[in-house]
Design a binder for this molecule. Structure first.
Ligand code: C2E
Ligand code: CA
Ligand code: CA
Ligand code: CA
Length: 277
């Protein structure tokens, strides 16, 4: 092993290069992904507390690369943000989510859809116009669209977020603060944002059964949210134990693998007919 010292470095270096080269190739492929029809949205249902009804779905972007298969959003979204592609992808998501809502309407399934917004989209001067024109194009009421913005991003530049939120709210879109608990929001910032929903980060949900602290935090977040007239959603619910605790703590909506994984639009219709009598 000692003798391999020099080789180890070479190996490490070649790994680094492979990584960088792959990144570069992926980045250039991402530029064409939309035009080549490699992007899609998967939809993950959210349930009300009793799990008896679907409250809506969250749209999650998928990229099926011809050679590498599915590239996770945690890889390609930051890449798109770095290379100036996120606005184009984000616009596509807005339009596609509205188009899909209309398609489901025509199949007799009235769904509300949540989309995820990047900070780069919040900074877009014409974000509100783009959302409004997508809604108009597909004849969707604004109140059926929910925009999720990650807490840490929302609080990075509170003025940008506030302006975007107010614009979106003015046209009737609903707003959710995602991954709540992972950022460092001060409560006064929270009050400044016209949001309707807080989504508690999965890390707290994961620890609910084993950590009294996690439970205390979730309890406090639910009470805070309700005091501010916000609905609370728990993401990443995987066990019945977690579900039971969340119900006992009065969490309004639940989402996670325990109920359903994100799925293609075509599957959701079948799936929902089995779950929404
Ligand atoms: P997110 O918005 O927090 O979405 C939740 C993520 O958790 C999704 O991962 C979802 O598939 C996963 N998840 C849901 N339930 C469970 C569960 O019970 N257990 C576990 N372990 N995971 C669960 P996904 O689809 O890989 O997306 C990752 C992140 O990528 C999203 O986190 C979001 O920040 C970002 N993203 C996805 N689609 C978009 C998009 O269209 N636009 C933007 N800007 N970001 C997106
Ligand atoms: Ca989200
Ligand atoms: Ca989330
Ligand atoms: Ca999360």
């Amino acid at each position: 092993a000692k003798r391999a010292g020099g080789n180890t470095y070479a190996l490490f270096e070649s790994h680094m290069n492979a990584g960088a080269a792959r990144q570069l190739a992926l980045q250039s492929d991402l530029r064409h992904a939309r035009a080549r029809g490699q992007l899609s949205l998967h939809y993950q249902p959210k349930f009300d507390g009793e799990r008896s009804q679907i409250r809506g779905v969250e749209a999650l972007m998928r990229w099926k690369h011809p050679d590498h298969g599915n590239v996770p959003p945690n890889v390609f979204i930051p890449m798109a943000e770095r290379f100036g592609l996120i606005k184009e992808l984000g616009d596509w998501v807005i339009d596609e989510a509205c188009r899909q809502m209309r398609a489901w309407d025509e199949q007799g399934m009235r769904m509300r859809v949540a989309i995820n917004l990047s900070v780069h989209q919040l900074r877009q001067e014409d974000l509100v116009d783009r959302v409004q024109s997508a809604l108009g194009r597909h004849e969707i009421e604004a109140s059926r669209l929910l925009c999720e913005i990650t807490e840490s991003i929302a609080m990075e530049d509170i003025e940008v977020t506030q302006r975007a939120f107010e614009g979106l709210r003015r046209i009737g879109v609903f707003l959710s603060i995602d991954d709540f608990g992972t950022g460092y929001s001060s409560l006064s910032y929270l009050r400044k944002l016209p949001a309707q929903q807080l989504k508690i980060d999965r890390s707290f949900i994961q620890d609910l059964e084993t950590s009294r602290d996690a439970r205390a935090i979730v309890d406090a977040v639910v009470k805070l949210a309700h005091a501010l007239d916000l609905k609370v959603v728990a993401e990443g619910v995987e066990t019945e134990g977690q579900r039971d605790i969340l119900l006992a703590l009065q969490c309004d909506e639940l989402q996670g693998y325990l109920f359903a994984r994100p799925m293609p639009a075509s599957d959701l219709l079948d799936w929902a007919s089995g779950h929404n009598p």
